[in-house]
Design a protein around this ligand. Structure first.
Ligand SMILES: *Cc1c(COP(=O)(O)O)cnc(C)c1O
Length: 849
C-alpha cells in the first residue's frame, strides 16, 4: 500500500535538552565537528544508522535515552557550551562588519540548487555545492546574505546500479518537516503563501521554508501545497527534471516567487531589503523581471527606466562554457506565460533575444539584467567573453564586460578534522574570519614529514574501509549473494597509491578516458611493485543515455574479478561520499575537454587535504598549477578529431603516472616516508590551500562586485529614482545619434619616423558628434603590438582630452608612451560615457577610426 501522506513524530525534548533543537536547526553543525560529536553522543548507534542526520536522530531517539541525558550533568554542560559557541558565532562582528557604510545592507543570492549537507539533498553537482559553500563562507565572513532557491521534494535523484551496470534513479519523497527547515509564517501562525501568476488565470502558490546556514538564511520555495491544483503541486518535484513547460514554471517560481518570498521574509523579520541581487546562472533571471515590474508599479517608472535601476544592483555569474548548457525557451512559451504578467512583452523579449529569433535565452537575459557579470575562473572569463561577444558587436573579445572570480571551497566543510587539528590551517575552524585579507597556512611547515605522511595514511585507510563497505552493499544490491561478496573485505589496500575520479558525467568530463588503453590501465592496477588503485563515482543526468553508457562501460571494466580489488565505481556520489574521497585520495584526476570545465572545485577540495592534482590545465588548474602541487596533463588543444585528441591525452596520463607519479610515491627513505611526495603534499597545503578558499572567493565578490553594485543601485534610486529616469533617457538619446558619430581624422606628432623606446607620441583626433556633447562620449587612444594584418594585440587604452569644439566637430588629444620595441600600432575610438556606466562597453556601441 502507498501512504497518502507522511510526517515525522518526534519525542518531546525534556526541558534541560531544549537547546538541542536550536543546534539541530542551524546547519552550522554541518561544518562544526564539536556539535556533531555532541549529536553522536545522543545515541552513537542511531547516529551511524541515520547517516549523521541529527534531525532523524532527534526524531528516533528514545524518550528513555533523552530522560537519562537530561539528568546527565556533564552532557547538559556540553550542550550549553555548544549553544554558547553558536550564539557567539552568530553575534560577534566578522570581516564584513569592518567594511563601512558603502557595503550593501543585504544581498540576495539566487541559485537553482544548494548543496549544504547530504541531509538536505537539493543539488546535482558543482553549481549547487558552490552555492552551499558561498553561503557558508558568507556566514563565516559576516555577510548579510540571503539565499533563495527551490525545495525539491525528491531532490535530484539517488543513484543505484542494475546488475548489468545501468544507472537506476530513485526519487525519495521528502517530508520538509523531517528536514532542518522552518516554515515562514504570518504573525497569526498561518503559513506565508507566495503566488505567481500563470496563463489562463491560473496561479502557482508556494510555501517558503527557511534553512539557517550559520548566520545566513536560505529561503526555499515549495509548491507541493494544498492551495495548488495537482499540475501546480508538482512544479518543485525534482531538480532539472521535466519538459520545457515544467522548467519554465520552476524558473518563474525561483525568480518571481523568490523575490516575493524575499519581500515577505524581510518584512516578517525586519531584515533590510537586499540592495544587491546575485543571479547564479540563467535559471534565476526572472528575479530581475519581477523587480522591474515592482518598480513600474510602485514608482511609475517605465520598463526602460526600471531596467536601469534593476541592472545597477544585479550581479550575474555564468557557470558554463558549454553552449548546450545554456537555458533557452521557445519565445512562444515566454509570450504565453508572461502575457498577463504586468511588463510589456516586447521589452521582456528583447532581454532574452539571441541569434535564433524563435528562442529566449536565459543567459543573455542574465547579462542584460546584470550591470556586472563574471565567469568562475580566469580561463572561463576569457572563454565567456568569446562565447557572449555577439552581445557586444564591434568590440574586441577582450573588451566584453565579463570579468572573472575564481571559485573556492569551504575549508571547514571539506578538510579532514585531523589535518585541521594538526594546524595545517590558520584557525581551528579552517577559514579565518578576522580582519586580515590574505590567508597564510604557514603552520604546515612545523609538521614533521613523518606525521604528515602518517595522517595521509590514516585518511587513505578510512577511504579504503568506506570503499569496502560500499562495494559490498553495491554488489548485494546488484544481485550478488552474501556468499559471493567475501572478496570485498580485502579489496583495496591502505598502502597503495589511490587515485580518485568523481564528478557528474557529461561527455566533456570524459569519465572513460582512462579506459582508452584497457591493457595499459590493467597493468598499472596490477603492477606487483608499484600498483595504483582507482575510486570512481558520478551521476549521469537521468535523460542522458550517453552518460549512462559511459557509467556502464566503467562498471563492466571494474567488474572484472582480476582487477575489482583495485578499481571500483561507487554509485551514489553525494557530499557524504565525496568527503571520504577528498580526504583519502593521493591523486585527484581530472581530464575534461579543455576549455569546457568552467572552474572545477573537486580538485580544490582534494588539495585542502594534501591531495595532488593530476589534471588537464582547465578551469582553476590552469591558474594555480605551479609545478609542485601536482601534474598538468598536456592537452591537444585545437585537435578537432576527438578520437585522436583522446588518444594523445590518454597516453599522456599513462605516461605521467608511470614516469612521474608512481616513482615519487613509492620512493621511500629509511623511515619508510616518501620524502619528495610529502614535500609536494606540504607545498600543496601551504601554497594552494589559501588560494582555493571560499572565503577568498566571497571577499572577491564583495569587493569587486557587491560593494560597487550597491553603490550603483543607490545612486540610481536616489531622489525617487530620478537618476534611473535620466539614465534611460540619456541612453535613448545617445543611441539615436550614434550612427552619426565619426572619427574624421587622426594625426600623430612628436614622434620621429623611427622613434626610440622611452619617447612619446602625441595624438590628435577630430571627431564628429552631431547631436551629442563631448562629455557624453569617451574618446580613447588604443595602442599596442601590431601583427602583419594590422591587428592590435595587448591593447592599452587611454582617454583622450577634449580640447576644442567647432560646431559638431571636436578635437581630442592624448600622449602615448612608447614602452616596447618592435611593431607598434594605434587607433582612436569613441564610446558613450556617463558617470553611471560600470564599463564603457555597456551600451554595446563603439566607433573606431
Ligand atoms: C565538489 C563537488 C562537485 C563538483 O566537482 P567538480 O570538480 O566541479 O566537478 C560535485 N559533486 C560533489 C558531491 C562535490 O563535492
Amino acid at each position: 500500500m502507498q501512504a497518502l501522506r507522511r510526517f515525522t513524530v518526534r519525542a518531546a525534548l525534556p526541558e534541560p535538552l531544549a537547546p538541542l533543537s536550536q543546534l539541530v536547526m542551524n546547519l552550522r553543525w554541518s561544518w562544526h565537528a564539536e556539535t556533531r560529536d555532541l549529536f553522536e553522543t545522543l545515541d552513537p548507534d542511531l547516529w551511524q544508522r541515520c547517516g549523521g542526520d541529527p534531525v532523524k536522530v532527534l526524531g528516533e531517539v528514545s524518550a528513555e535515552r533523552l530522560a537519562a541525558l537530561a539528568k546527565d550533568r556533564k552532557f547538559v554542560r556540553r550542550l550549553q557550551d555548544a549553544v554558547d559557541d553558536l550564539e557567539e558565532y552568530l553575534s560577534t562582528p566578522r570581516w564584513y562588519q569592518s567594511l563601512g557604510a558603502e557595503a550593501p545592507a543585504s544581498i540576495a543570492y539566487f541559485s537553482a540548487e544548494f548543496g549544504i549537507t547530504e541531509v538536505l539533498p537539493q543539488y546535482s553537482g558543482g553549481l549547487g555545492i558552490l552555492a552551499g559553500d558561498h553561503l557558508k563562507a558568507a556566514s563565516d565572513l559576516g555577510l548579510p546574505l540571503i539565499g533563495v532557491g527551490l525545495l525539491y521534494r525528491a531532490g535530484y535523484f539517488t543513484q543505484g546500479l542494475s546488475a548489468d551496470g545501468w544507472q537506476l534513479e530513485h526519487y525519495p519523497s521528502m517530508d520538509p518537516h523531517g528536514l532542518p527547515l522552518k516554515l515562514l509564517r504570518q504573525p497569526d501562525g498561518s503559513a506565508v503563501v507566495i503566488a505567481v501568476p500563470l496563463p489562463e488565470g491560473r496561479t502557482l502558490h508556494a510555501h517558503v521554508w527557511r534553512a539557517q546556514v550559520g548566520r545566513v538564511s536560505l529561503l526555499l520555495l515549495d509548491s507541493d501545497i494544498e492551495e495548488n491544483a495537482p499540475s501546480e503541486r508538482v512544479v518543485t518535484d525534482r531538480l532539472y527534471g521535466g519538459d520545457e513547460d515544467h522548467r519554465l514554471r520552476q524558473e518563474m517560481l525561483l525568480g518571481i516567487g523568490g523575490v516575493r518570498a524575499l519581500r515577505a521574509y524581510c518584512g516578517r523579520t525586519a531584515t533590510p531589503a537586499p540592495e544587491v541581487f546575485h543571479a547564479n546562472e540563467g535559471h534565476a533571471g526572472f528575479q530581475g523581471v519581477e523587480r522591474i515590474r515592482e518598480l513600474t508599479e510602485a514608482h511609475g517608472l517605465s520598463f526602460a527606466e526600471a531596467l536601469q535601476a534593476v541592472r545597477a544592483g544585479t550581479v550575474f555569474t555564468t557557470h558554463t562554457p558549454v553552449p548546450a548548457g545554456i537555458d533557452r525557451f521557445p519565445k512562444a512559451l515566454i509570450e504565453r506565460y508572461f502575457a498577463g504578467f504586468g511588463v510589456p512583452l516586447h521589452d521582456l523579449l528583447v532581454l532574452g533575444a539571441e541569434e535564433d529569433p524563435t528562442k529566449f535565452n536565459m543567459a543573455h537575459m542574465g547579462l542584460r539584467l546584470g550591470q556586472r557579470a563574471n565567469g568562475v575562473s580566469q580561463l572561463h572569463g576569457h572563454v565567456s567573453r568569446g562565447m557572449f561577444s555577439d552581445l557586444w558587436p564591434g568590440f574586441d573579445e577582450s573588451d566584453v564586460p565579463i570579468g572573472s572570480i575564481t571559485n573556492g571551497v569551504h575549508a571547514p566543510t571539506w578538510t579532514a578534522r585531523e589535518l585541521v587539528e594538526m594546524g595545517t590551517q590558520s584557525s581551528s575552524q579552517g577559514d579565518r574570519y578576522d580582519g586580515e585579507d590574505v590567508e597564510h597556512f604557514d603552520g604546515v611547515d612545523k609538521i614533521p614529514a613523518s606525521d604528515l605522511w602518517s595522517i595521509r595514511r590514516t585518511l587513505r585507510t578510512r577511504l579504503v574501509e568506506e570503499v569496502r563497505r560500499r562495494i559490498r552493499d553495491t554488489a548485494l544490491s546488484r544481485g550478488a549473494t552474501e556468499a559471493e561478496v567475501g572478496w570485498t573485505e580485502t579489496a583495496f589496500d591502505p598502502d597503495v597509491l589511490t587515485i580518485g575520479f568523481a564528478r557528474r558525467v557529461p561527455s566533456y568530463k570524459r569519465l572513460t578516458l582512462m579506459l582508452r588503453d584497457p591493457d595499459r590501465l590493467k597493468a598499472l592496477l596490477l603492477d606487483p611493485e608499484r600498483p595504483i588503485q582507482l575510486v570512481i563515482a558520478g551521476k549521469s543526468h537521468p535523460a542522458d543515455d550517453g552518460g549512462k553508457k559511459l557509467i556502464q562501460q566503467m562498471v563492466a571494466f571494474a567488474d572484472d574479478p582480476e582487477i575489482r580489488h583495485r578499481i571500483a565505481f561507487l554509485p551514489g556520489y553525494d557530499i557524504g561520499m565525496a568527503r571520504y574521497l577528498y580526504w583519502g585520495c593521493d591523486v585527484w584526476l581530472n581530464n575534461p575537454l579543455r576549455p569546457l570545465e568552467a572552474c572545477g572545485t573537486s580538485g580544490m577540495k582534494a588539495a585542502l587535504n594534501g591531495g595532488l592534482n593530476l589534471s588537464i590545465r582547465d578551469g582553476w588548474w590552469d591558474e594555480w598549477f605551479d609545478g609542485q602541487n601536482g601534474w598538468a596533463i598536456p592537452t591537444a588543444d585545437g585537435v578537432t578529431d576527438h578520437d585522436r585528441r583522446d588518444e594523445v591525452e590518454a597516453r599522456a596520463i599513462y605516461d605521467l603516472l608511470s614516469n612521474q607519479v608512481l616513482p615519487r610515491f613509492y620512493e621511500r627513505d629509511r623511515n619508510g616516508v616518501p620524502g619528495r611526495w610529502v614535500e609536494m603534499v606540504r607545498h600543496t597545503l601551504r601554497e594552494t590551500g589559501p588560494k582555493v578558499l571560499a572565503t577568498r572567493m566571497v571577499r572577491d565578490y564583495t569587493r569587486a562586485l557587491y560593494v560597487p553594485a550597491a553603490g550603483s543601485a543607490r545612486s540610481m534610486a536616489a531622489d525617487g529614482y530620478s537618476p534611473a529616469r535620466g539614465e534611460a533617457a540619456w541612453r535613448t538619446h545617445v543611441l539615436s545619434h550614434w550612427h552619426d558619430v565619426r572619427v574624421a581624422h587622426v594625426e600623430a606628432t612628436g614622434g620621429s619616423d623611427t622613434p626610440q623606446i622611452g619617447s612619446t607620441l602625441d595624438l590628435r583626433a577630430e571627431v564628429e558628434l552631431p547631436g551629442l556633447a563631448p562629455e557624453e562620449v569617451e574618446v580613447q587612444a588604443a595602442y599596442g603590438r601590431v601583427d602583419d594584418a594590422d591587428g592590435l594585440h595587448d591593447v592599452t587604452t587611454v582617454p583622450m582630452k577634449h580640447e576644442q569644439t567647432d560646431g559638431s566637430r571636436h578635437w581630442f588629444t592624448a600622449t602615448v608612451p612608447l614602452e616596447r620595441t618592435g611593431a607598434f600600432g594605434y587607433t582612436v575610438r569613441v564610446l558613450p560615457h556617463s558617470a553611471h556606466l560600470a564599463d564603457p562597453a555597456e551600451l554595446g556601441v563603439v566607433t573606431s577610426a
